[in-house]
Ligand binder design. Structure first.
Ligand code: AMP
Ligand code: GLY
Length: 424
């Protein structure tokens, strides 16, 4: 099988790494890829905004399967171009991607299909939004309706902050068109969990559960980031809870898509809050999570290429996925200043030494320069280790992290603290 992976982050390195294990895979291309994918795939420069060029590349290179990593190309319908050209693609088309690209679509969808989520109202008028925030009288979350690179959500501490967020989005247009409508919703309390499933539009194969750490600081404090670490499995999700989530959230979502005549092949990712009234959807994503994928795939025993190909061909029947029972922890090493401004081009040392400690090092924002690996993004490396029990996995990952260095490097020292607390 010849595969094209679209994207350039740690998630895509992990996908390439796992695909590369498959005896069925002959060749992997990654567009544009990074300093880590280049070791196992051929990095290619294609203008990803020009979908015809991407399709031409696939035809010229006899690609059997295209795997789209990030949400942005899915949101603008890249998968539809592959479909029309007859190239099996893992990732939904424009219509299905609206579950992530439009929070208004997602909330109305959940409303129509009785899928548990925070109560909400939608506004494009600032006066009405403000009136509602004041009347509601309880903590709210204000969300820009469109894609805003994970920054378009304000969990307001008080009324003043909520009013300011609404004003910033609707009047000051800080997120541009993505904020021309806002969702004002009830603030939910509980523990967050990521549930990812692979679907062909009908059959659903759950992946192992996981939790990520979105805030930059220890104890989940400070500003939100793309994710500072993750681990799998999430101990709050036992078999019974998984059944509840499948029955009340995942299956109704897949059925709703079918009912809406939306063909959906790819990952459906439900970001959930485990509230005292049960699991509720915070958001949908239409792709693998980053960095959850880096903590999930090392636990997968089955053939990822076979799984993704079967989903893309629309037939998951006969596919089973097995997991090893070790825990897996991923720690993100970030550039100094991230999630704010940072200076790229810093030389990285110690990757080989970290690997000798038994860790896997996925590259997120790196590139090769004169035979050296240097930083090229905010999130630079994802260090991953497994262990029998969460404690061993945590010890292993931080032992490996201690081998790596670059100027300004910072990371969270408490990844998986919730799981470790439960294990105690
Ligand atoms: P979203 O992009 O919708 O997932 O929101 C990003 C983050 O904001 C989530 O991962 C949560 O930590 C937080 N969040 C979103 N919606 C809510 C809500 N209704 N209640 C509490 N926290 C929320
Ligand atoms: N880890 C959160 C996300 O992938 O959106």
């Amino acid at each position: 099988m010849r595969i094209l992976v679209i994207g350039s982050g740690g998630r895509e390195h992990a996908l390439c790494w796992k695909l590369n294990e498959s005896p069925r895979v002959e060749k992997i291309f990654c567009a544009p890829g990074n300093g880590g994918t280049s070791a196992i795939a051929t990095n290619v420069e294609i203008d990803l905004d020009r979908h015809e060029d991407v399709v031409t590349f696939c035809v010229d290179n006899k690609i059997d399967l295209a795997v789209v990593g990030p949400e942005a190309p899915l949101a603008v319908g890249m998968a539809d171009h592959f479909e029309r050209a007859g190239i099996p693609v893992f990732g939904p088309g424009f219509a299905g991607a609206r579950l992530e690209s439009s929070k208004v679509f997602a909330k109305e969808f959940m409303g129509r299909y009785d899928i548990p989520t925070a109560t909400f109202r939608i506004f494009d008028d600032i006066a009405k939004a403000k009136e509602h925030i004041i009347e509601f009288g309880k903590p709210v979350v204000v969300k820009a309706y469109g894609l805003a690179a994970g920054k378009g959500v304000v969990v307001a501490r008080d009324e003043e902050e909520a009013l300011k967020a609404a004003e910033d989005m609707l009047v000051k247009k800080v997120f541009g068109a993505a904020g021309s409508m806002i969702v004002v919703e009830e603030c939910l309390e509980g523990e967050e969990v990521s549930i990812l499933v692979v679907t062909d539009g009908e059959k659903v194969i759950p992946l192992a559960s996981s939790q990520d750490h979105k805030r930059v600081g220890e104890g989940d404090t400070g500003p939100n980031t793309g994710g500072m670490g993750a681990y799998s499995p999430a101990p709050v999700i036992d078999e019974d809870m998984m059944e509840t989530i499948m029955g009340s959230i995942i299956n109704p979502t897949i059925e709703g898509l079918r009912n809406d005549k939306i063909a959906y092949k790819g990952v459906l990712y439900a970001g959930l809050m485990m509230t005292k009234d049960g699991p509720k959807v915070l958001e949908y994503n239409v792709r693998f999570g980053d960095p959850e994928t880096q903590a999930i795939l090392p636990r997968m025993r089955s053939d990822l290429a076979e799984l993704l190909y079967a989903a893309a061909k629309g037939d998951l029947s006969g596919i089973e996925v097995e997991w090893d029972d070790e825990d897996c922890v991923c720690v993100v090493l970030a550039s100094g200043g991230y999630p704010g401004k940072y200076v790229p081009g810093k030389a990285i040392t110690g990757i080989k030494e970290a690997e000798k400690e038994g860790a896997i090092v996925f590259h997120a924002g790196t590139r090769s320069e004169n035979g050296m690996v240097v930083t090229s993004g905010g999130r630079v490396l994802d260090v991953v280790a497994k262990g029998k029990g969460i404690k061993k996995a945590i010890d292993g990952v931080y032992r490996a992290v201690s081998r790596i260095g670059f100027e300004g490097m910072h990371y969270r020292k408490d990844i998986a603290y919730r799981a470790a607390g439960r294990a105690r």
